[in-house]
Write a protein that binds this ligand. Structure first.
Ligand code: SF4
Length: 713
């Protein structure tokens, strides 16, 4: 809440970095932040903060770091110049209306961000589908969580993480797959460390191609080859069958499809999987037995499973282990996908992916389209599928997108196959970039720049990894002429309505974020995420709550599926008959090294904020390619040498370092640095845009590369 003493103000809000969603207490003197501390009353962190959260106060107020005024390019290739907000809004509406008139609504596309608040996401979704008339609205959460969405829906029937953070304290086996929690979700990792210290019998299994800091907590570490997770999980299930560690009653009463999958498991013996995964047969058997004998087994997973051309299958194969053992819907148990971004969940809830609609509805379902159209008061929602992120930029590169509106994200740096993305941004007739920070590598492509507010200036809601909705509250006014994201969307929507649906009442009658939230609440009635009992006033009174929270509830729901009923038509969870598919781009004689990418402890995404904090940049000061000493020798390199790192799509030059946390043949690059640090090309010059066939999430976690010695020019 907010307390004021003289000019000093303290507000409770949420950290803007990861999906842990830690509560923070922000102190300000009205002009600048004076401190940020962990909120001891917030259930997500109970007062803890990590290095990024603790230094949030240093991320604002740096001269030159922020965009302060709208800017427009008055002619192609002319420099942008400052324009008035009214002109900027009219220009955006003019360009979108012209594209719709000349090329149809699908020539317009929106690319949003998991950093946005739920209210921002809601208004942009409505603008796209109800006014522009296209479903071309996608988000950088496509790069982050879409495989988790697809995995949950394939097996449990709904996109709903069934567990909660308290389960960490009650688990006795914790399996962490493809997640460096110690760096990416540090407060949850600290909680896990504390839980393990309190319960020495707890077993932690870590599965990762790289021995990360998270693996330091492991009782069993499985350094699998990239992309081989499905083979491992199937082999573990095979062991559960053979050792009779299944919960047969649970399978019988609450699931379907097990018999068919069981047939397939015959090919995934521990011996066969050991060969595929590059680990020992004994370790696979041990992992399976620990999981199968657990009183309560909890799994955490994130990008290592999600950012894969087989991401949906990997998610489903892990969830199978929980279904087969009844390890779901009870304290200390469940398959728990950790969200990368602070509001990846909120974006999903309002339909912030091109294939979704409000309140977890599916665009492909005619009834769902009709329900949303009725709530919004429009004739219909377009049925034609929208473009997911990678396909959106591929279409743009072919000249099919005439207006692209990028909001609070940096695709020129963060999307895979950077050369293609940059070609796409050049090809689009009119690029709108709505952004808070001046350092975005997407800004040079903008014809119109709309300066946005950012944490800690925003007011609204976010949902964290455990389905907990929290209030975000403003501690400072936005600098210059920067405006809130949903207000910019509302204003352009109303200007577009005057052009595209004249003489009809506006669909955007909002003066305040609470009205947007209230409309979102209405869309959730009767849905799995029913929050008809929530409002800003309720959240302010009783604090952050997990969904569902239907009308009449007095608290949210910590765990889902406790009654064994799932969100499928039959009410049964599904075992999915899936096989193992190797990585999309395998190594070859020409590209013999397996590159994987990931986060560092003290940086976030493309470093818009974290690069402003000297205390964070000191942890790792520059990007380095890590690889096993044997590979350094093989390429005639030594520690600190510069190497040209090449993939089939591009090349960058960086120093190399020996790292015995990687097996021979593996290489690792942090994901954060872009072209500003590497003579124009960032890490994603190397990665590929091959996507999962269901989730459409790209395989950012693996690319085949080679090296050669290099010198600075
Ligand atoms: Fe912020 Fe995540 Fe750190 Fe919590 S764990 S303080 S949400 S970055």
């Amino acid at each position: 809440m907010t307390e004021t003493t003289g000019r000093n103000k303290t507000v409770s809000s949420i950290c803007c970095y990861c999906g842990t969603g830690c509560g923070v207490l922000i102190q300000s003197d009205g002009q600048r932040l004076t401190s940020v501390e962990g909120d001891p009353t917030h259930p997500a962190n109970l007062g803890r903060l990590c290095s990024k959260g603790r230094t949030l106060a240093d991320t604002t107020g740096k001269p030159g770091a922020r965009l302060l005024y709208p800017e427009q390019r008055l002619a192609k290739d002319a420099p942008r110049q400052r324009v008035a907000w009214d002109d900027a809004i009219e220009t955006a509406a003019d360009r979108i209306a012209a594209a719709v008139a000349q090329h149809g609504p699908n020539s317009v596309a929106f690319y949003l961000s998991g950093q946005l608040l739920t209210e921002d996401y809601y208004v942009f979704n409505k603008l796209t589908r109800a006014v522009v008339g296209t479903n071309n609205v996608d988000t950088n959460s496509r790069l982050c969580m879409s495989s988790a969405v697809a995995g949950y829906k394939a097996t449990l029937g709904a996109d709903a993480p069934p567990a909660c953070y308290e389960d960490i304290d009650q688990a006795d086996v914790v399996l962490i797959a493809g997640s460096n929690m110690a760096y990416a979700h540090p407060v949850l990792f600290r909680r896990l460390e504390a839980a393990k210290a309190a319960n020495p019998a707890m077993k932690v299994i870590v599965i990762d191609p790289r021995r990360t800091d998270t693996a330091s907590l492991a009782d069993l570490f499985l350094p699998i080859l990239p992309g081989t997770d499905v083979a491992l999980f199937h082999a573990m299930l095979n062991v559960l069958v053979w050792d009779d560690l299944l919960d047969r009653d649970y399978i019988e009463q609450h699931t379907e499809g097990f018999a068919k999958l069981k047939d397939r498991l015959r090919e995934f013996t521990p011996r066969a999987a050991a060969d595929i995964c590059g680990i020992s047969e004994e370790d696979i058997v041990t992992a399976a037995r620990w999981f199968g004998r657990a009183g309560a087994a909890l799994s955490f997973y994130t990008m290592g499973l999600n950012q894969s051309a087989a991401g949906t299958d990997k998610n489903a194969a892990l969830i199978h282990l929980h279904l087969a053992t009844g390890q779901i819907g009870k304290p200390g148990a469940g398959p728990f996908s950790l969200t990368g971004q602070p509001n990846a969940m909120g974006g999903r809830e309002v339909g912030g992916l091109s294939n979704l609609l409000s309140a977890h509805r599916d665009l492909a379902n005619p009834e769902h389209r009709a329900e949303v159209a009725a709530i919004w008061g429009v004739d219909s929602i377009p049925a034609e599928p929208g473009l997911p992120a990678i396909e959106l930029f591929e279409a743009a590169a072919k000249g099919q997108i005439k207006v692209l509106w990028v909001v609070c994200t940096n695709p020129a740096q963060s999307l895979p196959d950077q050369a293609l993305v940059r070609r796409a941004l050049e090809k689009v007739d009119f690029v709108i970039v709505q952004e808070a920070f001046a350092g975005s590598e997407t800004l040079p492509y903008a014809d119109l720049v709309l300066p946005a507010s950012t944490w800690p200036e925003k007011d609204g809601t976010v949902t964290n990894s455990e389905r907990r909705i929290s209030r975000v509250r403003a501690a400072l006014p936005a600098p210059g002429e920067a405006r809130h994201d949903w207000i910019i969307a509302r204003d352009v929507a109303q200007a577009l309505e005057a052009r595209l649906r004249p003489l009809r009442p506006t669909l955007f009658p909002y003066d305040d974020g609470s009205q947007v939230f209230a409309e979102h609440v209405v869309t959730t009635a009767g849905r799995d995420l029913d929050i008809t009992g929530l409002s800003y006033a309720v959240l302010d009174e009783i604090g952050p709550q997990q969904w569902p929270f239907p009308a009449g509830a007095t608290s949210g729901k910590a765990r889902l599926y406790q009654d064994g009923r799932f969100a499928t038509p039959s009410g049964r969870a599904r075992f999915v008959d899936i096989g193992y598919r190797p990585v999309a781009e395998n190594v070859s004689a020409q590209y013999p090294l397996r590159l994987t990418t990931g986060r560092l402890r003290d940086h976030w995404h493309t470093m818009s904020r974290t690069a402003l904090v000297p205390g964070l940049t000191r942890h790792v000061e520059e990007p380095v390619l890590s690889l096993n000493q044997r590979d350094l020798d093989r390429f005639h390199l030594k520690n600190g040498d510069l190497a040209r790192i090449k993939s089939r799509r591009g090349a960058i030059v960086l120093p190399v370092e020996a790292d015995d946390n990687l097996r021979p043949g593996m290489a690792f690059l942090p994901m954060h640095w872009g072209g500003a640090y590497m003579a124009g090309n960032g890490v994603n010059a190397l990665t590929l845009g091959k996507v999962d066939p269901v989730s459409r999430q790209p395989e950012l976690k693996h690319a085949a590369i080679t090296l050669e010695p290099a010198r600075l020019p």
